[in-house]
Design a protein around this ligand. Structure first.
Ligand SMILES: [Zn+2]
Ligand SMILES: [Zn+2]
Length: 231
């Protein structure tokens, strides 16, 4: 039932489930409906590759379902920083982030009914991210715990510190931008069960607002009182 998918960058851990979104969107709709996929330049090549990989699957489903008479359709929109969606109600603005050598990478600011939420992918703190987050109600950031990553005796894992926001840096960005709620997501390394509060406590040392340890499928919604809640 999705209208659109927005990609921050083309690292495998951020795109490899896209094929399932394409397939499910295709088989669960009752008429030909394109799925819009927004992303940085290079997104078209990724989507074309996913569709090529799906060719056998597509042929099986077309052969099996009498009422399925069309192939999946994806409307790819490669975007640059700036407004990428504006339908008069919802505005989505893309901002450049810094995840080098992954270039370009983007974060997205969603503005609706006077509220703003920023979804940032992997990035170190940077001016583009600060601008996008300024005054936002909610800022969702992929994070890494430098103290834990440095304990892993493998240089390639330690290398990941180079281009991610640590929990401390995410909290500092949140404080600088004056956001209301910080959501820590895509936690690296995978948190040990029961350690969630540790992550929040580290962020708390640098940020006074609401801090949420994000889990997959969490929904962040505005409560009538104007604050934001995770469920
Ligand atoms: Zn990632
Ligand atoms: Zn990445």
């Amino acid at each position: 039932m999705l209208d659109a998918v927005l990609l921050t960058h083309l690292h495998s851990d951020h795109i490899c489930d896209l094929n399932d979104v394409i397939t499910t969107h295709w088989v669960m709709t009752t008429r030909p409906t394109a799925l819009a996929v927004y992303g940085p330049p290079g997104t078209r090549r990724v989507v074309d590759g996913a569709l090529a990989m799906l060719e056998p699957d597509i042929s099986y489903r077309l052969a099996h379902h009498a009422d399925l008479e069309w192939e999946p359709s994806v409307d790819v929109r490669e975007v640059e920083p700036g407004t990428v969606i504006d339908d008069g109600t919802l505005r989505v603005v893309a901002g450049a982030t810094d995840h080098r050598p992954v270039q370009p990478s983007l974060a997205y600011r969603f503005e609706l009914e006077g509220r703003a939420m920023v979804v940032a992918g992997d990035t170190v703190p940077c001016a583009g991210l600060d601008r996008l987050c300024s005054g936002a109600d909610v800022y969702i950031q992929t994070v890494l715990r430098e103290d834990l990553v440095r304990m892993v005796p493998m240089q390639r894992f330690v290398d990941t510190i180079d281009y991610h926001s640590t929990v401390v840096q995410a909290a500092q960005t949140a404080a600088r931008a004056g956001v209301g709620t910080l959501v820590l997501t895509h936690q690296v390394p995978t948190p040990a069960p029961g350690s969630e509060q540790e992550w929040v406590d580290i962020a708390r040392q640098h940020f006074d607002g609401v801090i949420v340890f994000g889990s997959d499928l969490d929904e962040i919604s505005a409560s009538p009182a104007g604050s934001w809640e995770a469920s």
